[in-house]
Design a protein around this ligand. Structure first.
Ligand SMILES: Nc1ncnc2c1ncn2[C@@H]1O[C@H](COP(=O)(O)OP(=O)(O)OP(=O)(O)O)[C@@H](O)[C@H]1O
Ligand SMILES: [Mg+2]
Length: 709
């Protein structure tokens, strides 16, 4: 680390003062970035190890842009990471106006006019640029954290499009890309048009060990001999050294079972004081939902013992509580799926990778070196540790060899573009035409040639033209000579952030309604879950068989040829789950009956809301009555039967309170209004009851002095 003072002349004054209140010196990647022209507006790709301080490079560029009167966008792929960065930045620089937005694609809630810096997920930025790019002006700097996700089959294409659009829209804006794991950083830097800052420097030493046959090998050998089970053996070893650790498991199931298997040993290491604190935490976790599910109970029981599992099945509040208490040192071990693998700073002195396999599309496959490096990199973070250790468990000789070759001695894979798939092309060709009406075919293909994929495949424009023809044929785009223009429906599909293919699916459904097919909730739910935008939840073989039977009695409300069979069947299950929810079943019932965990379930609701919103907008467009879709959307949001609709929009009234009011004869706003304040307080508690009473009576005419006289 070099003292900050030494850089006084090279760092703009205001940035310097802001930094000085936070740090004493600069780390190597930060120094190299300054030397590469960070404060001269140069775009920079930083390729440097985990925990090497890449965030601060982005931060310095952000401060510089903001102090020069420009706006900044910070883009990160995962919610956990995005909220950590947002919270930290807002705390460190209270004078700067920040906003975060990660979810809801139905709302254009982010207003850059009112903020200096917005923190957004890739998808959110994509949707924002399409809907309100004219509103996002004066952008001086865009930061892409974890930019290697360009190669992620799911998230990559959106990121690639956004960056390409960013280059076209804001050609002068500075781009800062950050990653610890790019095999081909020179190639990515060339594509970005940026300087490359590349270094192996890591401020905290990270020792990479392999556990095999009761020994920690690689480097100095160390015998570990407590019990036979490898993970438990390591955990007991760490407990003796009083270390906190993060254990990675590849599936939700194994995360839970591994957490259970180590919990007894961890419990023995707790002090009475800690046990008391953990009791409080355990209760908070148990009651994160109105009524606890089996998963809530399992987690809350484990927390009592100083252990937690962490995966997408937990609700947001539980995840936050687990992370927080691990930071406080109260939880000793988190067993996580890779949800915690990217970018986050946790006091994990040691990371244990319990298996090197994961489920691929059809069979088990080896983890990419990139993922192992990211997981290992959570160990030994400067804020918390002087050194870190990662331990990969090998169960056989063969595994030992693989781990050595691939994860210890091997390099990181190059980032490959996933942009060349039809769904992405359909979506993004339409997006660009909407963005720049009357764009020529040549301009369009030039744009796609400027993507990372296009920069490496010289025949890409043929493919692009093929997909363009499809969009013209299906009437999303109009082609006059070589000039392209979106049709009204094309424009709408783009605004709704849908794949045009899904547009066809939904429009076909609405066409059937127009021809007399009757609406029912199940059909509407089923159709939205048939779309590709719905994040597919896998179902087991026996389950699939059961829903297959259900499908025999279903009326044909959609064109089956547009939906792959397994998706069609899985959508039946999801529609059934949602039907239970809107008939006011609890999360616990849904988990028990359908195996859908609360965290996944809330993701499902968010997904469903967006798609129902899209369906409603398309219904309006097609001249089909849209009110049923609106109602369904509110019911899905809150999990209520239709009869509670008049109550749910009142302040602080959720599904539970609405049901209580209804059961007590208050079925409409006017019923409640005519009830006394005492009664409302009795039913809803002091605060909510009083507030509701005041709210409903706020417009009551007060007698004026004149009336009295
Ligand atoms: N100049 C500095 N002085 C003191 N601490 C620093 C400095 N720069 C970074 N740090 C601290 O180092 C830790 C790691 O930094 P950061 O999160 O930026 O790592 P990273 O390079 O982004 O790693 P990853 O690839 O895992 O995301 C943070 O806790 C941060 O506060
Ligand atoms: Mg980072």
């Amino acid at each position: 680390m070099e003292r900050l003072e030494n850089f006084k002349l090279r760092v703009p004054n205001r940035v310097y003062s802001a930094l000085a209140s936070k740090i004493a010196g600069l780390l190597l990647p930060q120094i190299l970035a300054i030397e590469a022209g960070l404060f001269k507006g140069k775009s920079i790709l930083v390729s440097a190890p985990t925990a090497s301080g890449k965030t601060l490079v982005g931060e310095m560029a952000a401060l510089n842009a903001i102090y020069s009167g420009k706006k900044v966008i910070y883009v990160a792929p995962l919610k956990a990471l995005l909220s950590e960065k947002y919270e930290e930045f807002s705390k460190d620089y209270p004078g700067i106006k920040t906003t975060i937005s990660m979810g809801d694609l139905t709302e254009n809630d982010v207003n850059l006019d009112k903020s200096d810096m917005i923190f957004v997920s890739t998808e959110k930025l994509d949707s924002l640029l399409r809907n309100s790019s004219k509103g996002i002006v004066n952008v001086g700097c865009v930061i892409y954290d974890e930019i290697h996700l360009l190669g992620d089959p799911e998230r990559g294409p959106a990121l690639e499009f956004v960056i390409s659009l960013n280059k076209r829209l804001y050609p002068k804006a500075q781009i800062i890309g950050l990653s610890a794991t790019i095999g081909n950083s020179d190639e990515i830097a060339a594509w970005l048009g940026s300087e490359l800052v590349k270094t192996d420097f890591r401020p905290v030493k990270l020792e990479k060990k392999i556990y095999f046959d009761k020994e920690l090998v690689n480097g100095k050998k160390e015998r570990v001999d407590n019990v036979d089970d490898p993970l438990l053996n390591i955990v007991i070893h760490l407990l003796k050294n009083r270390k906190q650790a993060l254990v990675f498991s590849q599936t939700k199931k194994t995360a839970v079972s591994n957490a259970k298997s180590i919990s007894q040993s961890v419990e023995k290491s707790l002090s009475e004081e800690e046990k008391k604190e953990l009791k409080k935490l355990s209760a908070d976790i148990l009651y994160a939902l109105d009524s606890p599910t089996t998963q809530c109970r399992e987690l809350s029981d484990l927390v009592l013992k100083g252990v937690a599992f962490h995966h997408a099945g937990l609700v947001y509040k539980q995840r936050k509580l687990v992370e927080q208490s691990f930071r406080q040192g109260l939880i000793k071990f988190i067993v996580s799926t890779p949800t915690l693998a990217l970018g986050v700073n946790l006091p994990a002195n040691t990371v244990v990778i319990s298996s090197i396999y994961r489920y691929g599309t059809s069979r088990m496959e080896l983890l990419p070196a990139m993922e192992v490096a990211q997981m290992s990199g959570r160990a030994g973070r400067p804020k918390y540790d002087k050194e870190g250790t990662s331990i990969i468990i090998a169960r056989t000789e063969k595994e030992l060899e693989i781990i050595r070759d691939r994860y210890i001695d091997g390099g990181i894979e190059p980032v490959e573009s996933g942009f060349n798939n039809e769904a992405s092309l359909r979506k993004y060709i339409l997006a660009l035409v909407c963005f720049e009406p009357r764009i020529s075919v040549k301009d369009l293909t030039d744009f796609f040639d400027s993507t990372f994929y296009g920069s490496r495949d010289f025949a890409f424009s043929y493919k692009v033209k093929e997909v363009l023809d499809f969009l013209v044929d299906k009437n999303f785009i109009e082609k006059t000579g070589s000039s392209l223009e979106p049709t009204d429906i094309g424009r709408l599909i783009n605004r709704l952030y849908l794949d045009p293919y899904t547009g066809l699916l939904f429009l076909g459904f609405l066409e059937k309604m127009k021809k007399g097919m009757e609406y029912d909730d199940f059909k509407a739910l089923h159709i939205i879950f048939c779309s590709q935008e719905f994040k597919f939840i896998r179902i087991s073989q026996p389950e699939a068989a059961k829903y297959e039977e259900d499908s025999f009695s279903m009326s044909l409300h959609i064109d089956e040829s547009l939906v792959p069979y397994d998706r069609y069947i899985a959508a039946i299950k999801m529609a059934r789950v949602m039907e239970e929810w809107i008939s006011e079943k609890k999360e616990a019932f849904i988990e028990e009956e359908y195996g859908v965990l609360p965290g996944e379930f809330y993701g499902l609701i968010e997904n469903a809301r967006w798609l129902l919103y899209a369906l409603r907008e398309l219904a309006r467009f097609s001249g089909v009555k849209a009110s049923e879709f609106s109602k369904l959307s509110v019911r899905v949001t809150h999990g209520i039967k239709e009869e509670l609709l008049p109550l749910i929009s009142l302040p602080n009234i959720g599904r539970v309170r609405a049901r209580r009011l209804y059961a007590n004869g208050m079925k409409s706003e006017s019923d409640i209004k005519s009830s006394s304040q005492e009664r409302l307080v009795k039913l809803l508690g002091q605060a909510v009851g009083t507030d509701l009473y005041k709210y409903l009576h706020k417009d009551d005419v007060q007698p004026t002095l004149k009336d009295v006289v």
